[in-house]
Write a protein that binds this ligand. Structure first.
Ligand SMILES: [Zn+2]
Length: 308
């Protein structure tokens, strides 16, 4: 047995396999991403806590002779174990390495891949279809998000995809999740109409939804210019045409609101109809102008969905 192997055994350190599983779970609870392990990085202690490691287990160093320069090299046993586990997960394509993730996020981070995500869900006994709503990122989906964000606005934008193919393929599912991430992140998890920002108490779901301006069912594109982040109330009321937008993003309310009984649209002190008919109501837009909805999509909604 190697010197390191003996140390691991004598100190009763967790096995590499156990650390791999802890890493996958930790990645899941950190929305799919953890920083590269460095000294003083919170995640290093967080996973050590999972195993209730004592002071010695956390702090012991392994001393090896660095042959080239004939000097002693000290490295933390726990760091080495953690790194080996992550390295093995990368070899099995369950995580992406910091050097690879960097191309997408510009940060040196470990990120779950779709296979790693599936494995984490299995370890945590969470049904796989929850992927549709969980905020956990994966390498494959983030690649799509990057593509959506980096796209140049075409000179003649059409929010409708003429030959949209309806499949339930893996790729279509990934694209759907990519759209959702791109939109809600551009709008900082806030409803573009009322500004509501709300997470579930376990931090695993957000209230805001990614809405298509030209609906998905009518071949609306899954890109940033055909999307809006809306709370459930404003998503539904937008989809059925209670309100729409002018080209300058001013909110306009359907004329039908004048003939509706005043028992409708009330929630405590909030009056939906009063709110959307306020002359000063404008869409809360992403900071990045490039991510604003396209006027072609808005015009289409005004002409085809909005109930004048
Ligand atoms: Zn809202």
């Amino acid at each position: 047995m190697s010197y390191e192997g003996k140390m691991l055994k004598d100190l009763k350190m967790p096995t590499r396999k156990e650390v791999e599983e802890a890493l996958l779970k930790s990645l899941f609870y950190n929305n799919g991403i953890i920083k590269e392990f460095g000294a003083g990085e919170e995640i290093v202690d967080e996973i050590a806590n999972e195993f209730n490691l004592n002071k010695e287990q956390r702090n012991i160093y392994l001393e090896t002779i660095y042959k080239k320069e004939n000097r002693l090299k000290k490295s933390s046993l726990w760091h080495r174990l953690l790194f080996r586990a992550a390295d093995n997960l990368a070899k099995e394509k369950l995580v992406s390495r910091p050097s690879l993730t960097f191309i997408i996020t510009n940060k040196k981070e470990w990120m779950l891949t779709e296979d790693g995500y599936d494995k984490a869900l299995k370890l945590l006994s969470i049904p796989n279809n929850e992927k549709e709503i969980l905020p956990v990122k994966s390498y494959e989906v983030q690649r799509i998000v990057k593509k959506i964000n980096d796209q140049e606005i075409p000179s003649e934008y059409n929010p409708i995809e003429p030959n949209k193919i309806y499949t339930v393929s893996k790729e279509a599912k990934l694209r759907k999740r990519g759209f959702r991430f791109a939109i809600v992140e551009a709008y900082k998890y806030q409803c573009a109409i009322c500004g509501l920002k709300l997470f579930s108490p376990n931090n695993l779901q957000w209230e805001v939804q990614a809405a298509h301006i030209v609906p998905h069912s009518l071949n609306g594109k899954d890109d940033i210019w055909n999307g809006l982040a809306l709370c459930r109330l404003h998503h539904w009321t937008f989809d059925v045409g209670w309100f729409s937008l002018e080209d300058n993003f001013h909110v306009i309310a359907s004329n039908k609101i004048h003939s509706i009984d005043n028992i409708y649209g009330i929630r405590g002190t909030y009056n939906f109809f009063e709110h959307i008919s306020n002359e000063k109501l404008f869409l809360l837009l992403p900071d990045n102008q490039h991510h604003h909805p396209h006027i072609t999509a808005i015009k289409w909604h005004r002409e085809n969905i909005f109930c004048k």
